[in-house]
Design a protein around this ligand. Structure first.
Ligand SMILES: CC(C)(COP(=O)(O)OP(=O)(O)OC[C@H]1O[C@@H](n2cnc3c(N)ncnc32)[C@H](O)[C@@H]1OP(=O)(O)O)[C@@H](O)C(=O)NCCC(=O)NCCS
Length: 216
């Protein structure tokens, strides 16, 4: 038991250090981060959180804290659901299985308010907003605002026109001179005009990158 606790603690702290160094972001070092988790660059998790095995979180996310991402359920068709007690109390080698569903994916540039629980199998779209205290039981589309228990759709963040422009465009991958050209767009609320300009920059970067890529 002590070994597992120590191993988890060491893994979590190393993960937070690597994220600060390579990912240029912040994850509160008291967070518990299980195996196979990935967190994209610049993502911040400001207060201790729990990131379940294999969950994937994108770039540029703003996460308040006390986030719980669960990627596994206990199989409640078994009478005893306490995994360790099955061994120590029943001395049974037939353990109630934990079912690993499709994992959890949190997209890029997502804002998650304080004290949110994300349940197994959920996928949260790019640019979505999750209200404080929500329990997210179903997948959330890109740029939607959801809140509550269970989390319900409140509104879209932008007009239909802007969301159609942004669809499929990974603006969070902009860098170098392409990013510099549109930096001011991030300094005021998005409009259809600025969204169009941003999309041109994304397309331009993509074109240049495919030119630079050597032919296979
Ligand atoms: C989700 C959120 C962004 C919505 O803000 P908004 O778009 O201004 O929404 P509104 O305040 O207009 O609320 C719209 C409706 O949703 C409800 N609602 C808003 N936030 C809610 C929440 N977290 N849980 C449940 N219901 C919520 C409101 O009561 C309102 O319901 P009504 O239409 O029946 O009156 C905001 O309420 C929120 O939860 N922010 C997170 C704050 C936080 O955790 N910050 C930490 C720093 S990272």
């Amino acid at each position: 038991m002590l070994f597992f606790l120590l191993r988890n603690r060491v893994r979590s702290i190393l993960f937070c250090l690597a994220h600060a160094y390579r990912g240029k972001g912040f994850i509160h070092p008291s967070s518990e981060i299980l195996r196979g988790v990935s967190v994209g660059q610049y993502t911040n998790i400001n207060h201790p959180s729990f990131l379940g095995a294999g969950c994937r979180i994108g770039k540029l996310c703003a996460i308040g804290g006390r986030l719980v991402v669960r990627t596994e359920n206990h199989d409640y068709s078994y009478l005893n659901m306490n995994y360790r007690a099955q061994k120590s109390w029943l001395n049974s080698t037939t353990l109630p299985k934990r079912t690993s569903e499709d994992g959890v994916t949190i997209g890029n540039a997502v804002w998650i308010g304080d004290s949110v629980i994300v349940l197994p199998g959920v996928s949260i779209g790019n640019g979505a907003v999750i209200g404080a205290g929500s329990v997210v039981t179903k997948s959330v589309p890109d740029y939607a605002v959801v809140a509550g228990t269970p989390a319900r759709f409140l509104r879209w963040r932008f007009s239909e026109k802007i969301i159609a422009l942004l669809a499929g465009r990974a603006w969070w991958d902009l860098e170098g001179s392409d990013l510099e050209k549109v930096r001011r767009i991030f300094e005021s609320p998005l409009t259809p005009e600025s969204a169009r300009e941003l999309c041109l920059a994304v397309d331009n970067q993509k074109r240049n990158q495919s030119k630079e890529r050597p032919l296979q």
